[in-house]
Design a protein around this ligand. Sequence first.
Ligand code: ZN
Length: 499
Amino acid sequence: MTATDTFLSKWADMAALGSAAAVLSWDQETKMPPKGQATRGRALSVLAGLRHQQMTDPALADAIDAAADLVADDDVLAAQVREARREVTRASAIPGDLARRSAETRSRALNVWQQARADADFDAFAPVLAEIIALSKEEAAALVDAGIADTPYDALLDGYEPGATVEQLAPLFDELRTELSPLVRSVAESGVVIDEAPVRGEFTEAQQGELGRVIAAAIGYDFEAGRLDRSAHPFTSGFGHGDVRITWRSESDDFRSGLLGIMHEAGHAMYEQGLPESLAGSPLGEAVSLGIHESQSRLWENQVGRSKAFWTWALPHLHEHLPGTDGVTVDTLFSALHTVTPSTVRVEADEATYNLHILARFEMERQIIAGDVSVAELPDLWDATYDELLGVRPDSVADGVLQDIHWAMGAIGYFPTYTLGNLISAQLYDAADEAVPDLSGAIASGNFAPLLEWLRSNVHVHGRRYSASELVERATGRPLSSTAFLTYIRSITKEVYGV
Ligand code: ZN
């Protein structure tokens, strides 16, 4: 066995443990009876412990070093070594005791947060949130010491978006603030009211599920390598090559969240289904970052799923599966799919306002980690930030500072990846549109293969070979910017609201 084989076979074993844990988590969210919780929690924590043990095993580090000596001009092996070292460094940077305290606190915080949100009681959540923040700072400091990043917030961000920094993101967010805040205000002042009747009605879960399946299969989600199930919150879970599952939920009186949710998750899943089999189980065989992942879901949900071209093809399917939609046309649907309404709740936000919700969190998280704001001050800071960016104030902390699960999970630094996904999806779609002859014509005739092929060969096939920013630049010919996204949003608000 060569040193490279030893390194890759150790890595494949860890990937298999990760895959087993993912199956258990998927089952927990879709099929497991409520009383299975304790046993499942134990099984998952043992698997996570085993994986961490293997990841920090000196024998693995030795195997990676030995493989590194063989790199010469093998670019793929060089990238395998680079990615493996990055993950090992991250995993080794956090002392075992800190990791255990953190896992314990997070699982407690989730329960406390759920109850606090139900009761709209921030004081009940504040003490455990303070613990979470202290632990996040401790972890960030350990990561900075290990050389993962230069600043604590960058170190946290790097866990979701490797290589991303505040220095890189802040100018993008500044442009969004400058452009979107006034745009959203002028939409509100336009007085235009969009008729949402085209997306409303009475639809059963079975009817919406059938339509969702037809559309997911048509755009390229491979049901032979996945499946669609119900869950409380939609998600995608990949267990490795050949098994990438998606979930959804429906609303009985509005088909948007169910159908676009399925297209969103199918976009995530088609990315993982498109990762090359030759890299399966290796450091390069995974998604690059959450931002790139989200770009794939957003592209199918928004650039495709809300477009006139798509509905030119999909409308007969809508009429067939959802009774009462006979009068719906591509034009009325287009408007109803692009309403812009400043609101206090992120998960209900539209394309134009969504990034302002993320900007609010990005600003607050940086202040939290820098120690510039205390936990007690957060509810007021939250409301003031919303007022400034979106011109709205939540009626209750349940729709304010308590609305998201992320901080309770200890996922500080996660939010910016949503906006990265939105910006990247717009830039990728523009590049595909330039490269593929008559892309919208193909989509209008139900031929999604040219778009999926373009994504396969420009994004999916590379796995983790390039960083997110390199990948975007290679695929689109320019560095990531907010230009494509802002052009897209402006053209929509012009058409729908005349502003
Ligand atoms: Zn997503």
